[in-house]
Ligand binder design. Structure first.
Ligand SMILES: [Zn+2]
Length: 374
């Protein structure tokens, strides 16, 4: 058997112990004290085999790995935050059942962090030389748009030959992610003219009616064939039924497959014209995360992973996802990025969040082999 895989299997129990600690240290994006506790826990865990630096609430760990004359860098990217509020553990305690580990943040993405640390442990214990510098970056704001970490991610990516993203794989076979859609949002605000719906109806210009027509139009921006989706997910407006509404607003999520579709979509939003000319339209927002396009560099990286997976007796597959990650930023810079290297499971952001225990060892080994090969 592959010695790295055998190492990962031998230490699986220990890995689960660490993952248990990670999950039981809750870390919602909007709770700085909780994030700090989790970052402290990770720092403590790696203190004997990494140089740890903090950049605000983001964590950087330069791993101490066998092999000399390091040239170039590999960036391992993850996030410390979860979508789950403090106290979720009371209703959703970490538990092991039916061949899975269940708990808030176990899949997205505390398992990915634990896998990476045990991959490093395997390389150290087995004294397998690693040619590159390996930097682990954990962002504390990934689930809320990565506004404060984006610059740091891009800086470290630019200095790297490749980026390995420790987010979960796709589906119950854990497909790797070689493409992600770009993500953005727009807020469309309509202002009309209020009037009494009974006494002075014609004097009013309904912002609600105008917005409804605008939404019909905005929905036509969706082009499934091109991978463009436009979702007016939230609407609000009006004050009372007997008042012609003065204001109404829609929040619209957009997803694109190709970066070149962003300016086209932007133009369509910015040129929305009111049907009722007594109304005005204000548009705010835009693209937050550029798409991770399946570049030649990404395909090459995936093929390397596929070959290494085969050595582990695993068939690695690739996938496209509509969800964004910090890998979107690194891929958009042209840095070969392979995403979805974390756990295999299901239910990210949902109450059935869980990972498959029998896929822990091979995922950990795959990360280790990538670090030793790239
Ligand atoms: Zn995630």
């Amino acid at each position: 058997m592959d010695p790295i895989l055998s190492h990962a299997q031998t230490h699986q129990h220990e890995l689960i112990g660490l993952l248990r600690q990670f999950v039981e240290c809750e870390s919602p994006s909007d709770d700085p004290a909780a994030i700090a506790r989790f970052i402290d826990l990770v720092s403590e865990t790696v203190s004997s085999f990494a140089r740890v630096k903090r950049a605000g609430t983001h964590l950087l760990c330069e791993m101490d790995l066998p092999g000399r004359r390091k040239q170039g860098q590999i960036l391992a990217l993850g996030h410390s935050d979860t979508v789950w509020p403090m106290g979720t553990l009371r209703e959703m305690p970490l538990r092991q059942a039916d061949g899975r580990l269940w708990g808030p943040g176990v899949l997205d993405m505390k398992a990915g962090i634990a896998f990476f640390l045990f991959a490093v442990k395997a390389l150290r214990d087995l004294e397998i030389p690693v040619a590159r510098k390996v930097l682990l970056q954990l962002n504390s704001d990934e689930e809320v748009g990565s506004e404060s970490s984006r610059e740091l991610t891009e800086k470290n990516a630019r200095a790297s030959e490749a980026v390995l993203v420790l987010e979960p794989g796709t589906g119950l076979t854990g497909k790797l992610k070689t493409a992600r859609k770009g993500v953005g949002d727009y807020t469309v605000t309509v202002r009309g003219k209020a009037s009494h719906a009974g006494v002075d109806f014609p004097a009013g210009a309904s912002a609600v009616l105008e917005l409804a027509r605008q939404i019909q139009h905005i929905a036509t921006f969706t082009d499934l064939k091109r991978g463009i989706t436009v979702n007016p997910g939230v609407i609000a407006g009006g004050t009372r039924t007997n008042v012609v509404a003065a204001e109404a607003r829609a929040e619209v999520d957009i997803r694109i497959l190709k970066l070149k579709d962003a300016p086209r979509l932007e133009k369509k939003f910015r040129s929305l014209k009111p049907y009722d000319t007594r109304c005005t339209i204000e548009v705010a927002g835009g693209l937050n995360r550029p798409p991770m396009e399946r570049s030649a560099g990404i395909v090459k990286l995936f093929h390397t992973a596929q070959k290494l997976a085969r050595e582990l007796g695993i068939q690695a597959e690739e996938s496209l996802t509509g969800g964004g990650s910090d890998g979107n930023f690194t891929a958009a810079l042209g840095i070969p990025t392979l995403d979805g290297l974390g756990a295999v499971g299901e239910g990210a952001h949902a109450t059935n969040e869980s990972i498959l225990i029998d896929r822990i060892a091979d995922r950990t080994a795959l990360i280790a082999k990538l670090l030793a090969t790239l």
